[in-house]
Design a protein around this ligand. Structure first.
Ligand code: IVH
Length: 663
């Protein structure tokens, strides 16, 4: 069917091109919606022609199902670390050693930003991604190929460079993605990640590639290997080559002709680090010439031709003047340290989160103590530890009554959080409206904090459904609201009625139900009423919904007030039904196989597992519903039956090609 093949290949080329523009060059030329439409078109075509699916298709980044564990694999050559230089003097010491060892001949450095992530090697064979390994202990790493394939800045194929070669680089999570992930953790009452590096490591080292795919990891390369050595004679050419091949390379590297230029580069980026979308913790300087690198050689741990210049940690000491409490939309009371204002890396910090009672206890912090505060890629600074106990220190106790409404507060057994249990608490209402309106939830642009405060205080809105009844006159009566902005806001509220069910579910603010869980629930049940009517056991049918989340959902819908809210939202015609896009899940999805005879290399059980892992089904007997008979030696009656019913008969090789998508 040449037309389908052509169309499929054309779509793949287009998608690869736009992925490259978006994820590598950060310069998209089409909208997300256009990309999604193209992606869906390819997915549908591939679903209709599963035999045409190839592993390098943009649809095949996320494999069929989670794996059981990670396999350790030896690196092609050790992935060593770098020695550190703290401060200019140590950097100049390093340069002196290089100069002495090179006997005063000319040399240059390539200075690159030191991204705070984790290193990973990706091996290509015949132009395709073959193996991705974490650094591990440097000698052997963990095989994270399936997960790495989901990172969109890693090209799945590079046909113009055949043979066997390898890139090395850094897997990172940008500041925005990091903050979003932590917000999600917080909403789900899970521990936050301390820095983007931990978060990136957590996202890469999960068993389910679908989770890695959802985390927006990026991969910046800095080494290109071929035949067991560097592929280019200089580091700057390697970076240029990597870029040329379609990899992401840090844009701010510089070739420095001497140590003064290098020192200047380090100083410059130490002050400019805030302006970057990524967290960096220093600069890596490498002697540019590979021939000179070879002469400088390695110590047991690190190369003598490179150094990591580490920036000053962004920490400072200050006094905890008070501990205040903030009430969130789920009623959770979050304590925060009110700090004597202090400058940390150019930003004045006066507030730092303390998360919950347990964290305060762990830190042993009291009001009046001097603490070490750190900013680590996160907007909210953290207290690292108590440096000195205050002379007149006094302990903090979680209030027994909500600081906003005076209602009772409760800490449930087994939970770290203390909550205000008054569902009418204005603080909760305020936060729940902000959450409902937020970007990525119901997307009601223009409904910011100042406005929500007025709506709540003037009792114009008592629950989120009231938003849909706001009149232009009511809005115009508010501070800083003109006729035009009121009309615009009303339009945005109107439009939000069309948001699909997963967003509505997320918007309800059910504890532990964030964007992902809402999506899974909508996919599993297809309808809000079905979710509301489900028991705890039934709810766990949805992916990633365990007993804790299920209990929380039941509890939420058990409350009369919440049921009334849902009814009000129904009257406002919000989307309660979800038509999930079809999932194909794997190159053999929708196909039924029967296996017979002895296969040349695979055991029958193994063939079955591999077919199922690729989304296919294996049946016991041949019927008209059978798509393929996988026949080995000494096949008997099943073969005859398949011939009679004109079922396609394939051998092991053909199956392998289908599994690899090259059939
Ligand atoms: S070169 C043997 N270049 O920093 C050479 N590393 O402190 C090793 N890193 O393990 C790596 N950006 O995880 C190199 N442009 C860069 C880097 C970089 C970040 C990380 C990498 C490495 C660690 C060494």
């Amino acid at each position: 069917m040449p037309t389908s093949i052509d169309k499929i290949e054309h779509l793949r080329e287009q998608l690869r091109h736009h992925e490259y523009l978006y994820h590598v060059l950060d310069a998209p030329e089409i909208s997300d919606a256009e990309y999604d439409a193209m992606f869906r078109e390819l997915k549908d075509l591939e679903a209709a022609h599963p035999e045409l699916i190839t592993p390098d298709s943009p649809t095949q980044r996320v494999g069929a199902r989670p794996r059981e564990g990670f396999v350790k694999v030896r690196h092609s050559s050790p992935m060593l670390s770098l020695d550190n230089a703290f401060g200019e003097e140590e950097l100049r010491d390093f340069d002196r050693r290089v100069r002495n060892l090179l006997g005063n001949e000319e040399y240059a450095y390539v200075a690159e930003l030191k991204l705070d992530g984790l290193s990973m090697a990706v091996q290509y064979r015949a132009g395709n991604v073959a193996l991705a390994l974490t650094r591990g202990d440097g000698e052997t790493g963990e095989d994270v190929t399936e997960n790495a394939r989901t990172i969109r800045s890693i090209p799945l194929r590079i046909p113009k460079r055949s043979g066997h070669w390898e890139v090395r680089g850094e897997v990172v999570l940008n500041k925005k993605a990091f903050a979003a992930l932590n917000a999600e953790c917080e909403a789900a009452n899970q521990k936050r990640f301390a820095n983007p590096r931990n978060a990136a490591a957590g996202a890469l080292r999960v068993l389910d590639p679908a989770i890695t795919a959802s985390r927006n990891l990026e991969y910046f390369t800095y080494f290109l290997f071929e035949n067991g050595g560097f592929a280019c004679p200089t580091q700057h050419e390697a970076l240029e080559n990597l870029k040329e091949l379609g990899f992401k390379v840090g844009t701010h590297w510089k070739r420095c002709r001497n140590i003064d230029e290098l020192v200047h580069f380090c100083d410059e980026w130490e002050t400019k680090r805030e302006s970057l979308p990524f967290e960096i913790d220093g600069v890596v300087a490498k002697v540019d010439s590979v021939a000179q690198q070879q002469r400088l050689g390695w110590t047991a741990k690190a190369p003598r031709w490179a150094i990591a210049y580490k920036f000053q940690p962004r920490q400072a000491e200050t006094v905890v003047e008070d501990i205040s409490v903030n009430v969130g939309r789920t009623g959770v009371l979050t304590p925060g340290a009110v700090l004597r204002p202090v400058n940390i890396g150019g930003v004045t910090v006066s507030l730092s989160t303390l998360h919950n009672e347990d964290e305060i206890e762990r830190l042993g912090v009291q009001i009046g103590d001097t603490v070490l505060v750190q900013r680590a890629g996160d907007v909210i600074p953290q207290v690292v530890r108590v440096v000195r106990k205050g002379e007149h220190r006094r302990p903090f106790h979680m209030p027994k009554h909500c600081p906003v409404c005076g209602g009772e507060t409760v800490r449930a057994e087994g939970e770290a959080a203390t909550r205000c249990i008054n569902t009418n608490c204005p603080a909760r209402l305020r936060e729940s409206i902000l959450h409902f309106a937020a970007r990525g939830v119901m997307d009601i642009d223009g409904l910011g904090e100042a406005l929500v405060d007025q709506l709540v205080n003037q009792r114009l809105v008592r629950n989120i459904a009231d938003l849909y009844r706001l009149t232009a006159e009511q809005l115009q009566g508010l501070e800083r609201m003109g006729k035009k902005s009121a009309a615009k806001l009303r339009e945005h509220i109107e439009q939000s009625r069309k948001q699909p069910l997963p967003r509505v579910l997320n918007g309800l603010g059910i504890p532990f139900v964030g964007e992902r869980t809402a999506q899974f629930l909508a996919e599993a049940f297809g309808d809000l009423d079905a979710i509301m009517a489900s028991s705890e056991d039934e709810l766990q049918r949805a992916e990633e919904v365990g007993p804790k989340v299920a209990r929380s959902i039941r509890k939420f819908f058990h409350e009369q007030r919440n049921r009334e809210l849902v009814e009000r939202l129904r009257e406002e015609h919000l989307q309660f039904i979800y038509a999930a896009p079809k999932r194909t899940g794997g190159p053999l999805a929708g196909l039924t196989f029967v296996i017979t005879g002895t296969l040349p290399s695979m055991k029958r059980e193994e063939a079955k597992e591999r077919i199922e892992a690729a989304g296919g089904k294996v049946a016991g007997s041949v019927s008209r519903k059978t798509d393929y008979l996988l026949a080995g030696e000494d096949a008997g009656s099943k073969l005859a039956k398949a011939q009679e019913l004109e079922v396609k008969i394939i051998d092991e090789d053909a199956l392998v090609r289908m599994l690899e998508g090259t059939a």
